[in-house]
Design a protein around this ligand. Structure first.
Ligand SMILES: [Ca+2]
Length: 446
């Protein structure tokens, strides 16, 4: 191999999927529910129906064959922090998680942005709250707002970068994603951000993946610290931390097959959107790195001039499994596929044979200001060093104009749902739920 080829190969390995030829695969979207505002999470119940959480604070119930049941399962609108109605917001009702023994104990966990709590600094925006509720056993299905038990809270300096995704692992622990605190400039800078960045500071819950045990309490704490958490003794770090160095982790899902890996999509600043497999104690780099690159906190749109390999304690930084370019940092680059990653699920269903074991996810809107997201499939790599190849999904049929991709869901059979908003704000009536199905369009030449 000559010098140029060696350099190109090194560059390709560094840049990950973006330099590999992405293929376009056909899918179709079947409309399952509409009339929502901004659906952010979808949780299948044991009976096949699904809870759909709308960002504006309302939980609805989708019938197993599609369509919403009458009425609201839960209304938290008066417990949320103030929302920007009709314009863009990242606050609100963010995620639901069913307790692993939900069928017998009816316990459900909810994350939302609440008004700033009394103990938070006066100039902070809101408090990210994880609460438990009880789901009634009668019909119609209802969650009593009075059953709320606040489990965990994190104060947020700004309205954005909340994270706020929650999920139970195969270990029955509750995992929580928390963003870096946000701010007008990004870059993990501003009010509530420490100089090294919240991502690299182990004394804040911001910019972390957390793990707690909600099956017990400890003193005044409404949860326990699992003894196998990497910083369980709390000496060098907050004991809830499972992994760190994330920016705005907008998905938190376990593979229901394979090694049961925990997948997190981390929204980038201006250059790279990334998918990570989260390991215990891992440092995912933010704000030292973005994607496979370093990161320039003063000029985030520019290519960085250095590539840090270690965190502040000398620990190796963990690479993402795949990345794609953001047009904010790669203007007019045809490989710049989107501006804000929306994480999804590893596919383990039956309908989409060609996606088996691959990670299905998307981008919120493709380009700024256009409510038309994108759907991707990251193809599982055969070895840990090679990034997963990213293919784009070409949506055919009536679901073609699906809107902004806000989130994904998975049913009991492992089929995947796309949650969309036909506007970039909280405009009533634009939110929809779609099921990903095989391409219905005839193949070329037929
Ligand atoms: Ca990273």
């Amino acid at each position: 191999m000559n010098k140029t080829l060696v350099a190109l190969a090194a560059c390709a390995a560094l840049m990950g999927s973006a330099l590999q030829a992405a293929e376009s695969v056909g899918i179709s979207l079947r409309l399952m529910a509409e009339g929502l505002v901004s659906p952010l999470s979808f949780n299948a119940l044991p009976d096949g129906r699904a809870l759909v959480a709308d960002q504006v604070g309302i939980v609805r119930l989708m019938k197993s064959g599609g369509g919403l049941e009458e009425g609201e399962v839960l209304n938290l609108t008066n417990r949320l922090s103030k929302l920007n109605r009709n314009s863009f917001d990242e606050r609100g009702l963010l995620c639901l998680a069913l307790h692993p023994q939900f069928a017998s104990n009816r316990r459900i966990f909810v994350s939302y942005t609440a008004p700033r709590r009394d103990s938070a600094p006066a100039d902070y925006d809101c408090t990210l709250r994880i609460s438990e509720f009880k789901v009634g056993s009668g019909e119609p299905l209802r969650i009593d707002p009075a059953s709320e038990r606040i489990v965990f809270e994190v104060d947020k300096p700004y309205f954005n970068h909340n994270g706020g995704r929650i999920v139970f692992g195969p270990d029955s622990r509750l995992y929580i994603s928390v963003g870096d605190g946000g701010g007008p400039k990004g870059c993990d800078l501003g009010n509530g951000h420490v100089p090294e960045g919240n991502g690299q500071n182990l004394r804040t819950h911001l910019a972390k993946i957390l793990r707690i045990d909600v099956d017990g309490t400890s003193g005044t704490q409404a949860y326990r610290i699992p003894s196998d958490n990497p910083f369980a003794d709390g000496k060098d770090a907050l004991p809830e931390i499972w992994a760190y160095g994330v920016r705005n982790p907008w998905s938190l899902t376990f593979d229901r097959g394979g090694n049961r890996d925990l997948f997190v999509a981390d929204i980038g600043q201006m250059r790279w959107e990334e998918v990570n497999i989260i390991r215990k104690g891992g440092n995912y780099g933010w704000p030292l790195r973005e994607g496979f690159e370093g990161f320039n906190r003063e000029h985030p749109e520019q290519a960085p001039t250095s590539l840090p390999e270690k965190g502040l304690r000398g620990e190796a930084l963990v690479d993402p499994i795949t990345t794609y370019k953001n047009p904010s940092g790669f203007r007019k680059d045809p490989e710049a596929l989107g501006i804000s990653i929306t994480g999804g699920y590893v596919y383990r269903g039956k309908a989409l044979k060609a996606f088996q074991g691959d990670y299905v996810f998307g981008d919120w809107s493709g380009t700024q200001g256009t409510p038309q997201g994108r759907i991707f499939v990251a193809r599982r790599s055969t070895d840990a060093k090679t990034p997963w190849r990213m293919d784009t999904a070409r949506v055919n049929g009536p679901g073609k104009m699906f809107g902004c991709v806000c989130g994904f869901g998975e049913d009991n059979d492992g089929e995947i749902y796309v949650l969309t908003n036909g506007s970039t704000g909280l405009t009533p009536g634009r939110g929809k739920v779609w099921r990903i199905e095989p391409d219905t369009a005839p193949a070329a030449g037929q």
